[in-house]
Ligand binder design. Structure first.
Ligand code: NAD
Ligand code: IPM
Ligand code: MN
Length: 368
């Protein structure tokens, strides 16, 4: 059996708490030899800054590059509010994404049947929801230059961020969205703001041309991103795949998270391009949520987003669809049993801790 190498970066706040639950599942898989994983671990975010003054070290970057896949917890928190911008915790995650060229971030929002009444929306709006946000992850206003604060010399300063997209970046992310749509309900909705942004005009043009050239079998619609946010809350089941830029994708995926009941439910996969010779691609799996400083250290965080991110790792890095399906089924079973962390708690259910939720998922996986 080939050994799959994982590099774990638990990070800060609830990141390490959630990662502990994934480690339990990996330990179980190694024990019963259904799959074999080797694990190495590094520091990222505030914990890396505290240890060596950087949000991720060059050494850990090399390990992330060399691993078959990276599992990432979460970074950030008020403890590091005052640190220099260049080494703030979030810079570690952004460096990983940029240096590993992880341009495609897949953020599925699935409403598990048992959670239809945990959403803040009416159950019939979210029941059966299964949408996929494909977020561009290495371009746009996150990385465009100039990005600076300049002193205007008259007691005023100017903060500048630059939204930039080149044709190839829009082509490759829309290609990912169209290809994934073919494996689902065959619909893509592209979201931008072409009414105010030049990059939005180009985005719309390139998505339309890519569709016409290579993917005309897929149904394509366009929506202004602000209206898209509204439609996500009004009737989310109209969507199958949504493709959008880095910043809109960040915001729209937090909105989509709440359709599923909690930010603690949403996993993601950040993928690079397949290598032309080996077909292997760099990949990092990260929950959509952050370090949740308000609940960190209490053992009450929901580990499902992190565990479901590991399921995405099995699917996208190891093509192990059977094991990925089994992990997702285990999550679903545990929710059907009525076990809930606080964020998804509802009447008649049993409230459990992070660790109890992790144990229950391993048990459901083992007995499935
Ligand atoms: P957050 O996602 O950390 O928390 C938002 C809210 O959701 C909080 O009330 C939190 O308790 C709740 N929540 C999030 N995940 C949960 C879980 N698994 N279980 C239960 N409840 C959960 O967002 P924030 O408060 O805006 O940001 C806190 C810090 O995290 C900031 O420093 C931010 O930059 C960082 N952040 C990091 C990542 C990442 O590492 N991928 C993502 C988002 C935010
Ligand atoms: C996310 C986060 C990150 C982002 C931060 C922590 C850099 O909010 O992954 O959704 O803005 O991309
Ligand atoms: Mn975000």
């Amino acid at each position: 059996m080939t050994t799959r190498s994982l590099f774990l970066l638990p990070g800060d706040g609830i990141g390490p708490e959630a990662m502990t639950e994934v480690r339990k599942l990996i330990a179980h898989m190694n024990e019963v030899e259904e799959a074999r994983f080797s694990i190495d671990e590094g520091l990222v975010g505030g914990s890396a800054y505290d240890s060596h003054g950087q949000a991720i070290s060059d050494d850990d970057m090399k390990k992330a590059m060399a691993a078959d896949a990276v599992l990432f917890g979460a970074v950030g928190g008020p403890k590091w509010d005052g640190v220099p911008y260049e080494v703030r915790p979030e810079a570690g995650l952004l460096r990983l994404r940029k240096d590993m060229a992880l341009f495609a971030n897949l953020r599925p929002a699935i409403c598990y049947p048992a959670l239809a009444d945990s959403s803040s929306l009416k159950p019939d709006v979210v029941e059966g929801l299964d949408i996929l946000i494909v977020r561009e992850l290495t371009g746009g206003v996150y990385f465009g230059e100039p990005k600076e604060i300049i002193d205007l010399g008259n007691g005023q300063k100017r903060g500048i961020d630059t939204q930039v997209y080149d044709t190839f970046e829009i082509e490759r992310i829309s290609g990912v969205a169209f290809e994934l749509a073919r494996t689902r309900s065959n619909k893509v909705c592209s979201m931008e703001k072409r009414n105010v942004m030049k990059s939005g005009v180009l985005w719309n043009e390139v998505v339309t041309a890519t569709h016409k050239e290579k993917f005309s079998d897929v149904e394509l619609t366009h929506m202004l991103a602000d209206a898209g946010g509204m439609q996500l809350v009004r009737w989310p089941k109209q969507f199958d795949v949504i493709v959008t830029d880095n910043l809109f994708g960040d915001m729209l995926s937090d909105v989509a998270a709440m359709l599923t009941g909690s930010l603690g439910m949403l996993p993601s996969a950040s993928l690079g391009a397949p290598d032309s010779l080996t077909g292997k691609r760099k990949a990092l799996y990260e929950p959509v949520h952050g370090s949740a400083p308000d609940i960190a250290g209490q053992g009450i965080a929901n580990p499902i987003a992190m565990i479901a991110s590991f399921a995405m790792c099995l699917r996208y890095s190891f093509n192990d669809i059977e094991t990925a399906d089994r992990v997702e089924k285990a999550i679903s079973n545990v929710l059907d049993q009525g076990l809930r962390t606080g964020d998804i708690m509802s009447d008649g259910c049993t409230k459990v801790s992070t660790s109890q939720m992790g144990d229950a998922i391993v048990k459901a996986y083992a007995t499935a």
